[in-house]
Design a protein around this ligand. Structure first.
Ligand code: ATP
Length: 326
């Protein structure tokens, strides 16, 4: 459904700013009917890529095909296949749910019974039935987001693009929004591409793409990504993470990834596992440990691992496995 080939986007510099490469030689294929989450640290290029996919920005180089249609050569035809939920609200909060949907339908020539049929169809994926007459600014954050989704669905898109749609929602509203997306994928075969920083959201999707500094670092199923970390992860909360990282490196030859105040070890010398290391760290460096845990790897751990690896690979002359704050 989405074929991105060798995509590069450089923001031109100005008098005081040098040009900035936001997306770099990125190739990504999202097959039909997949639910994919696109994640990455701040500034990794997700929004730029999202804007290119929606047709809001033109890349410096590369090609994007949506359902086989060339987004750059024939944007209208490619855009006809997609529905977009932006991060910032795109509905009029002073109007009712129905008024918002009617206006959007009218923009696409949907009126009368045709509109009514599409409205019923779109509402079936939401919890908005019975709330049509309510003004959007009186709805909960979760329901207001669902109005955005219903608006997209009026035009029966084959591809849904969503930019951090669950930001600011409480866990229950987030779950219900995601469950609508999962059902749309399963029952309608809809392709869903959504950016998110929330790794728990990505545990059950079909695939996860991880970007950093404009590049695609990993793209796989959540299971395959988790399998990249073969064992447990040792997480150490330290008052002096840099000091502890240096001691672990010098005394034990261990590479630890620094992530905020935490140090993480997810690769172990042979014969040592996370539990053995936990005991050694407590025995040898008790004053540098505030808390210490052994955990099974989750997607967030893979994300921290691959982004740290990419930074390490770029740092000329730096010890390969030691990292600075994420
Ligand atoms: N209009 C712009 N002009 C110049 N540089 C920009 C512009 N927009 C983004 N950038 C730069 O491009 C890079 C990628 O930014 P982008 O917003 O796409 O990342 P992101 O992953 O969406 O970040 P976030 O998660 O913080 O939204 C960053 O270095 C950013 O500073």
């Amino acid at each position: 459904m989405i074929r991105i080939e060798d995509l590069t986007h450089v923001y031109p510099g100005g008098r005081r700013q040098s040009p900035r490469t936001a997306v770099s030689d990125l190739t990504l294929h999202v097959p039909d009917g997949r639910f994919t989450i696109l994640s990455g640290p701040n500034g990794s290029g997700k929004s730029t890529l999202f804007r290119i996919l929606c047709g809001l920005a033109r890349p410096s180089r590369g090609r994007v095909l949506i359902g086989g249609r060339d987004l750059l050569a024939d944007p209208a035809s490619a855009r006809a296949l997609m529905g977009v939920v932006f991060q910032s609200p795109a509905v009029d909060k002073h109007l009712s749910v129905q008024e918002n949907l009617m206006i959007h339908g009218a923009l696409y020539g949907l009126k009368g019974s045709a509109f009514r049929a599409r409205l019923d169809e779109a509402l079936a994926w939401t919890d908005l039935t019975g709330r049509l007459g309510d003004r959007v600014d009186t709805l909960s954050g979760g329901l207001a987001r669902q109005v955005e989704l219903a608006k997209c669905l009026l035009t029966r898109p084959r591809l849904l693009l969503l930019d951090e749609p669950t930001t600011g929602l409480d866990p229950a509203s987030r779950r219900s929004f995601l469950s609508a997306l999962t059902r749309l994928r399963r029952e309608r075969g809809m392709t869903v591409l959504m950016t998110s920083h929330i790794f728990s959201e990505a545990e059950d999707v079909d695939s996860v793409a991880i970007m950093a500094e404009g590049r695609l670092l990993a793209y796989d199923t959540p299971q395959a990504l988790r399998a990249r970390l073969s064992g447990d992860v040792l997480v150490i909360d330290s008052p002096e993470p840099d000091t502890l990282a240096a001691r672990l490196r010098d005394d034990m030859g261990l590479g630890a990834i620094r992530h905020g105040d935490e140090l993480r070890v997810d690769e172990f010398p042979s014969g040592i596992d996370a539990v053995v290391l936990l005991e050694r760290v407590l025995a040898g460096y008790r004053d540098l440990v505030r808390g210490i845990t052994v955990k099974q790897p989750a997607l967030e751990d893979v994300f921290i691992h691959v982004t740290a690896e990419a930074r390490a690979a770029r740092r000329v002359g730096a010890p390969e496995s030691q990292e600075t704050a994420a």
